[in-house]
Each structure stands twice: as C-alpha cells, then as structure tokens.
Design a protein around this ligand. Structure first.
Ligand SMILES: Nc1ncnc2c1ncn2[C@@H]1O[C@H](COP(=O)(O)OP(=O)(O)OP(=O)(O)O)[C@@H](O)[C@H]1O
Length: 316
C-alpha cells in the first residue's frame, strides 16, 4: 500500500462532534483503508472498520494483529501512515470529540502516589458533564478503597480504577483494551455487568480481549483482525459458523479415515480412546456412527465455540 498523507476528514455530517447523542445504528467511529507502519513493521494494513452507536463490539485477533494500534488511532494517540480515521465525524484529536470518549488502556500511565479518589477527581475535571464521584465509585466497585494510593492496589483493583477513569466523564464511546486482565472471576462478572449497563444507556463500547468467552458474552458484533486487516466480522453466532460445525466426542472403533470420508465432516482428531469429529451436520453423522458401532460410548456433542472459529480464521 502506498503511503499517503493521513487525512482527518471533518466534513462528515452524520454526527457532528457536538454534544448531541448519536442515534442508535449511526456510525460514530470509522477507520477507512488505514495503514500504520512503525519503521519496517506494518501494524495495520488497509484496515476498514466502523462502530455504530449503541453497540458493543469485540475486536479480536492474535498477539500483534494490530488491535491496540487501531484503538490508539481512534483515541488520537497516534496518526495513521495512510487512510482516514474519524470519531463523531471529526479528527480523534478534536477537543469536542475527545470529551465524548473514555478509554481504559493496557498500559495506562497512572501515578502510583496519587489516591484513588484524587485520580477520579482529576479525570472528571477533563469532561464537561462528569458523573458524580459516588456513582463512579459504585460502578467500578471501589467502595472502601477511595483513600488508597494507586500503588497500594491489587492488580484487580487497579483494573477497576482504570475502568472508573474510562467512564467517569459519562462518555458516549468507551474503549476497553483487555479490561478484565488480572481480575478474579467475581470481579470479571461485575465488570461485564457494568459493560452491559453502558450498552443499556445507549453507549458504544469497543472491547479488545483475549478471553473469547468474554467476547461471546458481551459483544453484539465481533471483528476479527489478523496481520493488520479484518478477516471476519459478524455476530458471535455468525463468527462461530466459521468453526466447521459442532464437535462430536465419543469412544468408538470407527477409524479416523472412515469418519473423515463422511459427508459434512470437517475435521477428525483422535486422543487416546476418544475421537472428536467436527461436522456441519452433526445429527446425521452421529446417526451413521451409532449404526456402524453398537458399542459407541461416552457421546457428547458441543456447539461450536468462538475459540474454534477464531483459530480457524487466524491460522494463516
Ligand atoms: N510503538 C511501536 N513501535 C514499533 N512497533 C510497534 C509499536 N506498537 C506496535 N508495534 C508493532 O505493531 C504490531 C501490532 O501491534 P499491536 O500492539 O497493535 O497488536 P495487538 O493486536 O494489540 O497485540 P497484543 O494482543 O499482543 O496486545 C506488532 O508487530 C507490534 O510489535
């Protein structure tokens, strides 16, 4: 891709970077044909994606796929080498659009020697209509630790404070980069609830995560990127269809070669006495297996997992 000067088109009229709330479904963030190079490394290579008002989008991809770079561009923390980035119809560095955005980044620069409450006050001061402190503390489950220094917090507590800083300005668009890393299961479920609540309030959330269960539980739409461009996008159910079908696990005398030859079978793996058959027509395949092996036992059939689709989509 040839490198052209980055453009930040300010003429889009769908939404202006004013305080008007975007209508559900309206595009509020777009990356068009975006390339980003760091020296010889191409982090993004013709990336096209958009976020619509009111949706939770999970951006998935293997390590180094370009997820954080895409988020950094949308936050105006870096400029594209070529292509167009717009947030609320404006340059992401535009002051009016920045006050409508909140972010929780993986490598957040937060001072250790400032107290939780002081961090919240500081971040609230950046926004025109911040949430009341008590509400921020409640949402991020920080009750009882408001007077602790950031440096004294556990990993999970630090994550919760970073979430508080992302939402304290009551932003319309929230970027959450690996938000639940280091959280125990209870804290993770608590944060999921808060993400659902953001959506209920009509806000847009872009989530990057390596926990595919998290994407499955929260996202209206999943965008899978690999090597700097989109390889697939759709609802979690649509993405799962790329997995090759449901998994049939059992103990059987039928051979791998026999099973591979059956119509609709997309994969067969043997592990000890168990065999796992992936098939697009699981019922038909199970019927054939039972007819041909009366001693077949330990039968389990699992729905396609997002993880299987993810591995399939990003294996190249
Ligand atoms: N500041 C930088 N300088 C040089 N190379 C960079 C920089 N930031 C990212 N890269 C490179 O760009 C590519 C994409 O990185 P990025 O952090 O966007 O990926 P990611 O999908 O977020 O990965 P991860 O899941 O590991 O966080 C990688 O090859 C990375 O090494």
């Amino acid at each position: 891709m040839s490198a052209t000067a980055p453009t930040y088109d300010k003429t889009e009229t769908a939404t202006s970077a004013s305080t008007h709330r975007a209508l559900p479904g309206q595009k509020i963030a777009t990356l068009q044909a975006v390339a980003k190079k760091y020296g010889a490394t191409t982090a993004l290579d013709g990336l096209n994606l958009s976020l619509q008002a009111g949706e939770v989008v999970a951006l998935l991809g293997p390590n180094g796929a370009g997820k954080s770079t895409a988020v950094r561009l949308m936050l105006g923390l870096a400029s594209p080498t070529s292509g167009t980035v717009r947030i609320f119809g404006a340059d992401p560095r535009d002051a009016a659009s920045r006050t409508r955005v909140g972010a929780m980044l993986q490598v957040a620069r937060v001072t250790d020697t400032i107290k939780v409450r002081e961090h919240i006050d500081l971040f609230r001061s950046y926004y025109p209509k911040p949430l009341p402190v008590a509400e921020v503390v409640r949402i991020a489950q920080l009750e009882g630790i408001e007077n602790k220094f950031f440096g004294e917090l556990s990993g999970g507590q630090k994550q919760r404070l970073l979430f508080a800083l992302a939402v304290c300005g009551d932003p319309d668009l929230v970027f959450l980069d690996e938000p639940t890393v280091g959280m125990d299961i209870e804290a993770r479920r608590g944060l999921w609830q808060q993400i659902r609540s953001l959506k209920e309030q009509g806000k847009t959330v872009l989530l990057t995560t390596h926990y595919l269960e998290e994407a499955d539980a929260l996202a209206d739409r999943v965008i899978v990127i690999n090597k700097g461009h989109v390889v697939s996008e759709g609802t979690p159910a649509e993405i799962k269809n790329f997995s090759g079908g449901r998994k049939i696990k059992c103990s059987t005398i039928l051979t791998v070669d026999y099973l591979k030859a059956l119509s609709g079978v997309t994969g067969v793996e043997r592990s000890g006495k168990f065999i796992t058959v992936t098939a697009t027509n699981a019922e038909t395949v199970v019927r054939i297996m039972l007819l041909n092996d009366e001693a077949l036992s330990g039968l389990e059939i699992a729905s396609p997992a997002l993880e299987d689709a993810f591995l399939e989509l990003t294996k190249k």
